[in-house]
Write a protein that binds this ligand. Structure first.
Ligand code: NAD
Ligand code: WQD
Length: 334
């Protein structure tokens, strides 16, 4: 299959590109490099021996998207391109709505024009909002996001559903990721956020590497076994493989289908931290601080649908996630 990856040089896109190429598919990437480096293309080539065709362009740019579709026979698209920082989305909501919605609309219009009918979309567990009980399943109502970023995901899911209703021969898989962490075992690609990381795993890794002084654990007074929040961390390589299963599914089914990609387990902040320290033999100084606004005590998946429908489940452990995240930092900061 010839697959277009929008945002394919980013964290999840680059790992998915590697798994796609390993599975014998071809990949075309469009990325505007607003949150990625061109060098990731070299790393993908180093890992797989194949250099995917790359277009440096904005997915909102209709002419650029048409050029990509006219120059390549695209069988399916995985739509990763988007802005993803929750806090930033509260400060500059219009930029988030513009980028995330416009890129999706332009993509769907271009797919329609070129007769491409298979889409896998990067949605998020954030669409479950604050009111649903864990574990989240795909039948739950998703009507209340808690921040502009989350709203863009909920809105895009709706846009895609409406499009599929009007075009019943179209196939869309809305993958709701939980908390992707870890890195490719080569240490060449991984999560490399600009500035101070917002997310827990890259923050821990930078404290371990000495670039940041200490971790603040945001609250230990939640109603959870150790008082810190529970999240469903999954290895990015497992997540990447889930996209190949979703593409296979989209090839034989029509309609719009939301599917969770998670392990089904809740892991606390302190468990993740202590596992990182233990498996890597490093020191990670930390303090307990106050709660972070908007954090939920618990967020984890019911992962049954992915296993039933996609024949996918996670294979890697929390230890693997911690080891590979650290390996990426060690190799990357040399
Ligand atoms: P990322 O920022 O590493 O990757 C996104 C890529 O898209 C970047 O390379 C960026 O340069 C590119 N991009 C952004 N807007 C673009 C545009 N208009 N045109 C072309 N390229 C554009 O993020 P990621 O962690 O790899 O996330 C990929 C997708 O998965 C995003 O849609 C994100 O919202 C979603 N998601 C991520 C997480 C997570 O925790 N990382 C969780 C759930 C969902
Ligand atoms: C995990 C836990 C924090 C940093 C976010 C988005 C979500 C999705 C994934 C895209 C929480 C605690 C964190 C720190 C800490 N992204 N923490 N100290 O908030 O579950 O999810 O990323 O769709 O939409 O909201 O992930 O990694 O930020 O936090 O104690 O310095 O770590 O309080 O309990 P989160 P996270």
């Amino acid at each position: 299959m010839n697959v277009l990856l929008t945002g394919g040089l980013g964290y999840i896109g680059s790992h998915t590109c590697v798994e796609l190429l390993n599975a014998g598919h071809r990949a075309v990437i469009v990325d505007n490099l607003c949150n990625a480096y061109g060098s990731v293309l070299d790393y993908i080539e180093q890992i797989t021996g194949i250099r995917p065709r790359f277009y440096e362009a904005d997915a909102q740019d209709r002419a650029a998207m048409e050029r990509i579709f006219s120059e390549n026979e695209i069988d399916a698209v995985i739509h990763f391109a988007g802005l993803k920082a929750v806090g930033e989305s509260c400060r500059i909501p219009l930029a988030y709505y513009r980028n995330n919605l416009d890129s999706t609309l332009t993509l769907l219009e271009t797919m329609e024009k070129y007769g491409c009918k298979r889409l896998v979309f990067s949605s998020s567990a954030t669409v479950y909002g604050p009111d649903n009980p864990v574990p989240y399943n795909e039948e739950m109502p998703c009507h209340v996001a808690t921040n502009p970023y989350g709203w863009t995901k909920a809105m895009i899911e709706q846009i895609i559903r409406d499009y599929v209703t009007a075009n019943p021969d179209f196939s869309a898989v809305l993958l709701r990721y939980f908390n992707p962490v870890g890195a490719h075992e080569s240490g060449l690609i991984g999560d490399d956020p600009n500035g101070i990381p917002n997310n827990l795993m890259p923050y821990i890794a930078r404290v371990a590497g000495g670039q940041l002084e200490k971790l603040t654990v945001f609250g230990n007074d939640y109603d959870t076994p150790d008082g810190t929040c529970l999240r469903d961390y999954l290895h990015v390589v497992d997540l990447a493989k889930g996209h190949i299963c979703a593409l296979d599914y989209a090839a034989v089914h029509t309609g719009a289908e939301a599917i969770n990609l998670g392990t089904g387990n809740g892991v606390s902040v302190l468990e993740l931290l202590h596992t990182f320290i233990r498996v890597n033999g490093v020191d990670v100084p930390y303090v307990i601080g106050g709660r972070r606004d908007g954090d939920l005590a618990r967020c984890y998946a019911n992962a049954e649908k992915a296993e039933r429908v996609l024949h996918w489940k996670t294979e890697k452990t929390v230890e693997d996630m911690c080891r590979d995240s650290w390996n990426f930092i060690v190799k990357h900061t040399k």
